[in-house]
Design a protein around this ligand. Structure first.
Ligand code: XIL
Length: 379
């Protein structure tokens, strides 16, 4: 069945779409042929030049058939939610454990899905030995980065062509959820303490030296919304990026996490201006971790809650896509397995679960799915 853009829009608006969790094979047969409402977000986006993907957990892919079916149905790109972080890959110095990452790589290979890498250098997911070793001084820190990159980039090089080399390096300004002390642009971290601000440059150069064909990305959050702290964080980030590019540091793209919050306003103008600045610097733009936290005073009715979340997703994604983002990933697909449900720092509380992802906890597509599909199909 081939639908016109108007017919697709009508089907999406009317909620006449079938549910997720369909067997992967049924969907694969329609992929790439026509724009049918049985297609997942990945196929709909691809027909309009956009790559849609999602973060995955290896254990769930292996053990929960509904989870695996939903990923197969919706995603055209995967990113490991934990399996490529330092504590997963090198839990003890010199002992590398690639088994969880390999599980994702194999699953993706069998379905011909690309995988992006996340995240080589981060101030979290650091094993205790690493924090202690970084305290032993700059030469030791550089050797550790070199050894980690040697092993990890070589191991994944056949499959991961795109890495978040550094993650969340900018300090949170006053007014952020978790403000950082001081007024410097960079977050205090074991990396900064060991190597000073040059740790970012060191990491990017080492990644490029080890594989000149990788796309190198700096990934950041808190830079999407229309608040004074986000304005300041964008300013800090742009300053850091300019410094890197002026010094000829290899950097190809900025990943914008997009952990959006309904309590924070979104306006297209400041975000669009920021994206234009990134483009003017020659940087690619990816939306890497989209999900939406509801407000603690969200309405009681699910329908109204879902409409608010869907509206925010549409406003944000339209602006992101118009501003040059051609890759969009959500941080998970279903509210059931989202960190928004399981992490007490970000959970909604009072027994409710954020409805901030395309599928609900029972794997059903909901209005935010339709809003995303519509935005992709209008791109
Ligand atoms: C989160 C995972 O989703 C959680 O399961 C884990 O416990 C902590 O990390 N920004 C990032 C991601 O770059 O790596 C984080 O993922 C969410 C915030």
């Amino acid at each position: 069945m081939r639908l016109s853009r108007r017919q697709l829009a009508a089907a999406l608006a009317g909620g006449t779409l079938p549910m997720a969790g369909l067997p992967a094979s049924g969907l694969a047969q329609t992929a790439g042929r026509s724009l049918s409402p049985t297609q997942g977000l990945g196929a709909i986006a691809r027909a309009h030049g956009i790559t849609f993907g999602t973060a995955v957990q290896q254990a769930l892919l292996a053990e929960d058939p509904r989870y695996a079916a939903a990923v197969a149905a919706e995603a055209a790109l995967l990113v490991p939610e934990w399996e490529a972080k330092w504590e997963a890959l090198q839990p003890e110095e010199g002992r590398f454990d690639t088994a969880p990452l390999d599980g994702i790589l194999l699953w993706a290979r069998e379905r011909r899905l690309p995988v992006r890498g996340h995240a080589l250098i981060w101030h979290r997911a650091m094993p205790g030995w690493l924090v202690a070793a970084l305290g032993e001084g700059a030469p030791r820190a550089r050797r550790l980065i070199g050894a980690h990159f040697d092993r990890v980039l070589a191991h994944a090089s056949g499959q991961i062509r795109d890495w978040d080399v550094v993650n969340e390096v900018i300090a949170n300004p006053p007014g952020s959820d978790v403000p950082d002390p001081g007024s410097g642009p960079l977050r205090d971290s074991p990396w900064l303490r060991a190597l000073g601000p040059s740790y970012i440059e060191t990491a990017l150069r080492m990644a490029r030296e080890r594989d000149p064909t990788l796309r190198l990305t700096l990934n950041e959050y808190g830079i999407e919304e229309a608040t004074p702290d986000a304005d300041e964080k964008r300013r800090r980030l742009v300053g850091v990026l300019r410094g890197l590019l002026d010094r000829g540091v290899p950097l190809d793209a900025v990943g914008i996490q997009a952990h959006l919050q309904m309590v924070r306003p979104f306006r297209p103008e400041p975000f669009a201006a920021f994206l234009a600045e990134l483009r003017a610097m020659g940087l690619g733009i990816l939306i890497t971790e989209l999900d939406i936290r509801e407000a603690p005073d969200a309405p009681a009715e699910l329908q109204r809650r879902d409409a608010l979340v869907a509206g925010r997703a549409a406003d944000f994604l339209r602006c992101a896509v118009e501003g040059g983002a051609r890759t969009v990933l959500s941080w998970g697909l279903s509210d059931r397995h989202s960190w928004l449900a399981t992490d007490p720092d970000v959970a909604l509380g009072r027994g409710r679960t954020h409805r901030g992802l395309p599928l609900d906890a029972e794997w059903q597509r909901k209005p935010v799915w339709s809003a995303m599909a519509r935005t992709f199909s209008e791109a």
